[in-house]
Design a protein around this ligand. Sequence first.
Ligand SMILES: C[S@@+](CC[C@H](N)C(=O)[O-])C[C@H]1O[C@@H](n2cnc3c(N)ncnc32)[C@H](O)[C@@H]1O
Length: 497
Amino acid sequence: MTTTPNDLIVRAETRRLACGAKLSATRTKLGQFFTPAPIADLIVGLADIPDKGSIRNLDAGAGTGSLTAALVARAARQAPDLKLNLTTFEVDPDVNASLTATLGDCADVHPVTIDQRTDDFLVWAAEQLRTGSDPQFDLAILNPPYRKIRANGPERAVLDPVGVETTNLYTAFVLLALRLLAPGGQLIAITPRSFANGTYFYKFRQELLSRAGLRNLHVFDKRNTVFADSDVLQENVIFRAVVGHTPSTVRISTSQGNIDEPVSHEVPYGQVVSPSDPKSFIRITTDVAGLNLAERMGALPASLADLQLKVSTGRVVDFRTRENLRAEYEADTVPLLYPGHLSAGRISWPMRAGRKPNALVENADTAPLLLPSGAYVLVKRFSAKEEPRRVSAALLMSSDTPGALVAIENHLNVFHADNAGIDLEVAAGLVAFLNSTPVDQFVRLFSGHTQINAGDLRSLRYPSLEQLRQIGATAGQSVGVGKVDSVVQDVLPDLYP
Ligand SMILES: C[S@@+](CC[C@H](N)C(=O)[O-])C[C@H]1O[C@@H](n2cnc3c(N)ncnc32)[C@H](O)[C@@H]1O
């Protein structure tokens, strides 16, 4: 064979760049971001490939063929006796022309069979599943297209009949590929990180984790380096999942940008996907200190349900009830609390100089939005990227506001006891706990975004009621950030390093 594995990669890279430079309108529509050769090498390097026999690989949304080329180059170097049956799916005719050339080079480098398909992968895969075809692949190595699937988008007619309820193209590609894998088959994909903890991706995580065990997670330390030449600004991960049983550990690796040698370590599976987490969040952390923190947080004794507490998003969406908003508290209104009313772990209401309303009219329309006044724990849902804290919690007491009712705005989460106030000491303890350094560090480590939603708070582990009471009794009303660590540490010494 005259073409070497190196030639294959160099030529594929030239085609990737040339083809990428010509893309315009189709880029967003088809999610065309092609994988640079060093990243393709990293992705393919995660695959477990045998020395001989044959494997069937799926490259769905193959682009110019960077991933397939990297697989073939690896096999040519490390497993010359392994036969590769390659299937590619690419819908863009211009891109397919480059792909054909790269697949031709593949055949010059290594024993392969090639099925280059130009049809829509979603349509084809759904049809295979609908007709109950046998599993077709041993390996799926994907950089799928990323784009939201609209509720009335044409993809729904393809995906709904096979029960793929996901809202992004990339998760649809991953789920369909996963279903087409034989037992023991491996799926390796580079995708946005959003699936790991987004509420929208709950069903995706459930299916992924029930069909397959996560074996590898690779995180890029710096944003914006993977697809730097395509202007992609998002956090990407590479994961490898193996159809069948759940392993006892996951290998987590990290690299800064494209070129560094990855650093990696094995982490117990339960630290990445906690069996007690109803939302099946995939917790991705890369540093050892972070992993130790995750272990300490995971060892806390209670779930929110054990504490008989709930957390919800504040019910008042102000623009939906504009006519009922009032700048000042007056007759027939109830106090309305916004994030701006939170101050140093407590409530400062009303805010006279503020731009936000301080009250909501009490009437039949607003009645379902109100809570009886009492002790509650409020947590801001949003923080700015540069803010030092992700979690900021405050204690609301019945004495903070007049009247028998209170309204909470939608940019706040509220902890309550079945829509009623919480025991005051427990509430104060909970605020202190949430404002402690370990909780903030933990949330920061495992969340790719700056929001904290009720779902995130529901998935945390908590101190016991007794411990919360003890913390609350000692802290009193001094439960703001920066004040609470010594009190929390006295009651929960194991939470601190
Ligand atoms: C993110 S790019 C990645 C390309 C390639 N896998 C790589 O890593 O360089 C996704 C590719 O999927 C193609 N694509 C988008 N929708 C598709 C579909 N429904 N079926 C097949 N290919 C599709 C796009 O044209 C694009 O080339």
